[in-house]
Ligand binder design. Structure first.
Ligand SMILES: O=C(O)CCC(=O)C(=O)O
Length: 260
């Protein structure tokens, strides 16, 4: 059993309670040492060997003419055995089962970066808005792949916001986050908004209704790299019709506007 699996077994009740109360759990040092090194090397290998062959709809750049501005990769677990295994077995699905208190299905793993100088803010949103799920009961496990300070764009969560349902979303101009909250900024949002500077290997698991966001990267020399692994609770049903139609429309809009 890896260190992280042992940790989860020991702290399962506490993690489930904190997730239920706050809408997320934050675990510093979840990946450390050799495990962290292997994870980072797998991500570097993926970017080097697989990204150049991916369709524009699955690998986004802040500036598509500049390959150093890679900002997001979708579906990495469907293109690489290492990430597929990470979603199928071990600490990530175990943590998802613990916090959702149900069996889970692995759905997607994405890479998120905010390149120096040009990395854009992540608009306030609830992941569940993108998922087309009933009930909306899913978790995203976000993993910092390097140390992340506020100036690089830390993730920020509105504590307890998952208990107040889905908020109003609409189209944004942000590539990779096409939907953002239109009514963000209530007193309750701002009072409960907490920023999370992280060391590499820090993990934060958030519910699909938890409001979160991040600033842009204002540094000129540091990236801001992370992974996001999504699991749906077994009982959820996806509305494939609305989901597929939305994705097709989005891909067409992005291509027409020259963003991908
Ligand atoms: O990394 C980010 O800026 C945001 C990631 C995110 O929204 C997510 O993992 O759901």
């Amino acid at each position: 059993m890896s260190y992280s699996t042992a940790y989860l077994g020991k702290h399962a009740d506490r993690l489930a309670q904190a997730f239920h109360l706050n809408g997320y759990v934050s675990i510093p040092g979840f990946y450390t040492g050799k495990e962290l090194e292997i994870l980072i090397e797998a991500k570097d290998r993926f970017i080097r060997e697989i990204v150049p062959h991916m369709p524009a709809s699955d690998a986004y750049y802040e500036d598509k003419a500049d390959r150093s501005t890679l900002k997001q990769i979708k579906n990495i677990c469907k293109r690489d055995a290492y990430f597929e295994e990470m979603m199928a077995d071990g600490p990530l699905p175990m943590l998802a089962r613990i916090v959702l208190r149900e069996d889970v299905n692995p759905i997607n793993m994405q890479y998120f970066n905010k390149p120096p100088n040009v990395g854009q803010p992540t608009p306030p949103h609830q992941d569940g808005f993108y998922f087309h799920l009933t009930p909306n009961h899913a978790v995203t496990i976000w993993i910092a792949l390097e140390d992340i300070e506020p100036e690089q764009g830390c993730v920020k969560y509105v504590q307890g916001s998952h208990r107040h349902g889905m908020r109003w979303h609409g189209r944004t101009e942000t590539l990779g986050f096409s939907q953002g909250m239109l009514d963000f900024g209530t007193e309750q949002d701002l009072t409960n908004l907490l920023s999370h500077p992280c060391k590499a290997g820090h993990l934060i698991a958030h519910h699909s209704l938890t409001i979160h966001m991040a600033d842009g990267n204002s540094t000129s020399d540091r990236t801001r790299q992370a992974l996001g692994a999504v699991f749906y609770a077994d009982a959820c049903k996806v509305n494939e019709k609305t989901k597929t139609a939305y994705q097709a429309q989005l891909n067409a809009d992005l291509a027409n506007s020259g963003k991908i």
